[in-house]
Design a protein around this ligand. Structure first.
Ligand SMILES: [Zn+2]
Length: 218
């Protein structure tokens, strides 16, 4: 998309440049400025850049949120529409392991959760849809992998205790953020597969970090 946009902008500037350099024809007559075609190519090119710019802006926002959650700079990539065509995996996000076996400090979020995160950021955060609740949690969950947790049930539990913080970093107020974390704990966590759940993840359980933020309070 950005290549096509760059090509169209280059054509627009090329036409304009050619006219500026040679404003007269072979007989010395002034040539009309190619305004219509320059404007056409430039506006289509600029129009194509809008989604590219939005995508980059969302990724930067998510970089900041995930870096705050992890405590070190990390990178969030959002899957593009083109990548989605060739995607056969069912997961909503993933963190690869480096050559040393440790999780990388970068994550790929699939197109669905990225779009829902964009919608959540744009919305008033007061009434998130279930999909938006899951998307905020996916970012929080991948952040735990980037922080070094590889066990899924542990990552899930650590993430739930930071979902409220993630929601606040995405713009929610403290009450809205706690409600989001509670909604995941109450409505979504029980539906997760066995490898994502453990009885240790409960108030007072072995994995309760007592962070004082959702999903179960202090
Ligand atoms: Zn995971």
């Amino acid at each position: 998309m950005s290549y096509v946009a760059a090509l169209l902008l280059a054509v627009a500037f090329g036409l304009l440049g050619r006219w500026l350099l040679r404003p007269y024809d072979a007989l010395g007559r002034r040539k009309p400025a190619p305004l219509a075609s320059v404007l056409l190519f430039a506006s289509i090119g600029a129009g194509l850049l809008v989604p590219v710019w939005r995508h980059a802006r969302l990724e930067h926002r998510l970089d900041d949120v995930a870096s705050a959650l992890v405590g070190v700079p990390v990178v969030v990539h959002c899957q593009t529409a083109g990548d989605e065509l060739f995607d056969v995996g069912g997961e909503l996000g993933l963190v690869r392991s480096g050559a040393d076996g440790r999780p990388e400090r970068a994550t790929l979020l699939k197109r669905g959760p990225c779009r829902r995160l964009a919608g959540y950021v744009r919305s008033e955060q007061a009434h998130p849809s279930r999909d938006q609740v899951v998307a905020v949690h996916v970012l929080s969950h991948e952040a735990r992998h980037m922080a070094g947790t590889t066990d899924e049930a542990r990552a899930e539990c650590e993430a739930m205790q930071r979902d409220a913080r993630a929601a606040q970093l995405l713009g929610a107020d403290p009450a809205e953020a706690r409600a989001l974390a509670a909604a995941y704990w109450r409505d979504v966590y029980p539906t997760m597969g066995d490898s994502y759940r453990t009885p240790d993840c409960a108030p007072g359980g072995a994995l309760d970090e007592r962070l004082g933020e959702g999903p179960w309070g202090s």
